[in-house]
Design a protein. Structure first.
Length: 291
């Protein structure tokens, strides 16, 4: 179902022509934390891209310095052919001003889809209003390529709304026709989450695994699903493939790769078959052979 190969340069991969890709093929690459890049024959898409050192500069000398554990795998200004970028919520490691503004360095830039709650933040960054789509839970956006993006509520660590009823954090189900995938953004499990996702029947699940840590929550660094919670959620909804994220970026808020592998394996997930532990500079190709 999924093949993988290591590349020397994500930039080279992302710029390769897609004319030879099968119409039922999806390629994706992890770029750290919750960020991924996706390619199909018809579209190039990114989600929750943190491709700068802005947090390290912001928190330098502080209790949590936010120093990267990995290098930036691809410079954002090189992503000039990106069609759309999704931002799940306003935290900088998911909606980074330095990354997003670099995407518009050539005067063009992608469509930016984010919670309506955060549209004012994007405008303050200088993102052109004509390139912004704001969504709230239960809403969908149909792109001209026939790709549908569905907004799923997210609770980071709780469901939060503004005075107009717009939710603060989202996950997204992206229906590409031959495959649908769900990226949770940052979330914990809450009663309506399973039903919200099941409505769209995605096959691939991108879920956080760094968990909740009370000492971090007290400092305003709020948590997510744990490894076991992510595995159980994916099982309960019937995921075909689980891809963990939100680890390996900041040493104060991560989990060991060995723990991810052992916990999911104990739950019955099979590495490289029903779950993939993503690694940088690795391209994963999903092909739906039934289409």
């Amino acid at each position: 179902m999924v093949e993988k190969h290591i590349v020397d340069s994500l930039k080279t991969w992302f710029y390769e022509e897609t004319d030879k890709m099968p119409v039922n093929s999806l390629q994706f690459a992890w770029v750290g934390q919750a960020g991924f890049l996706f390619k199909t024959k018809s579209i190039r898409l990114g989600i929750d891209l943190y491709l700068s050192d802005s947090l390290a500069r912001k928190y330098q000398g502080g209790e949590f310095p936010h120093k990267r554990m990995v290098d930036i795998p691809i410079p954002p200004e090189s992503l000039t052919n990106l069609d759309v970028v999704l931002c799940s919520h306003g935290h900088t490691d998911h909606m980074d001003k330095e990354t997003l503004t670099a995407l518009f360095s050539d005067g063009k830039g992608p469509l930016v889809i984010a919670p309506r709650y955060e549209v004012s933040r994007l405008l303050d960054m200088g993102i052109p209003s004509v390139r912004i789509v704001g969504l709230s839970e239960g809403e969908s956006f149909l792109m001209k390529e026939g790709i549908a993006i569905h907004a799923i509520p997210a609770a980071h660590e709780e469901l939060t709304y503004d005075s107009w009823g717009q939710i603060k954090a989202l996950g997204f189900v992206v229906d590409m026709g031959f495959v649908s995938w769900y990226h949770s953004g940052d979330t914990v499990r809450f009663p309506s989450l399973c039903e919200s996702i099941k409505t769209w029947n995605p096959s691939l699940y991108f879920l956080p695994v760094n968990g909740k840590k009370p000492h971090l929550t007290e400092k305003g660094i709020i948590g997510n699903l744990s490894i076991a919670e992510a595995g159980n959620l994916a099982k309960d909804i019937g995921a075909s493939l689980l891809i963990p994220h939100h680890f390996g970026m900041f040493d104060f808020n991560t989990v060991a790769e060995d723990s991810i592998i052992s916990t999911l394996s104990d739950q019955g997930w099979e590495k490289d078959t029903t779950f993939i532990l993503p690694s940088l500079k690795t391209i994963y190709t999903y092909t739906n052979e039934r289409k």
